[in-house]
Design a binder for this molecule. Structure first.
Ligand SMILES: [Zn+2]
Length: 113
C-alpha cells in the first residue's frame, strides 16, 4: 500500500473573483461609487451627513442583493460609514436588513459610546 499525501485544501478562487452573480466589481464599481457619490453631493441618504470620497461612505443596495434586489445604480444609495464612536447608517441598515440589532459599544468608562 502506497502512502499518499492528503490533498491540500485549495481555496476556490473562482468563486471569489468570478462575476456570475451579476454584481459589478473593479473599475466599473469604482466608477459607480464616484458617480453616485457625486449625484448625492456626498451626502448620506439616511442622515444627510456629508461624506468624503473614497473612504467616508459605502454604497448600499436599497433592496439587498440577498433579497433579490438588482445591482443597479437605481438600487444603490450613499450611506455613511461607522467611524470611531459613531455607528454609520450602512451598518445600521445592514443589521436592520438582516433582522439583527447592533450591539452597543461600551467605552472604557463602562458607559455606552
Ligand atoms: Zn448616515
Amino acid at each position: 500500500m502506497a502512502l499518499t499525501a492528503a490533498p491540500r485544501h485549495q481555496p476556490d478562487m473562482t468563486a471569489r473573483y468570478d462575476n456570475q452573480d451579476g454584481r459589478i466589481r473593479g473599475r466599473k464599481l469604482q466608477e459607480r461609487r464616484l458617480r453616485l457619490w457625486a449625484q448625492a453631493k456626498g451626502c448620506c441618504a439616511s442622515c444627510g451627513t456629508l461624506t468624503t470620497f473614497p473612504d467616508g461612505f459605502q454604497l448600499d443596495h436599497k433592496v439587498p442583493l440577498f433579497k433579490a434586489g438588482p445591482d443597479t445604480d437605481a438600487n444603490c444609495q450613499v450611506l455613511c460609514v461607522t467611524v470611531k464612536g459613531r455607528v454609520g447608517c450602512h451598518d445600521r441598515k445592514t443589521a436592520d436588513d438582516m433582522g439583527q440589532k447592533l450591539q452597543v459599544a461600551i467605552g472604557d468608562d463602562g458607559f455606552p459610546i
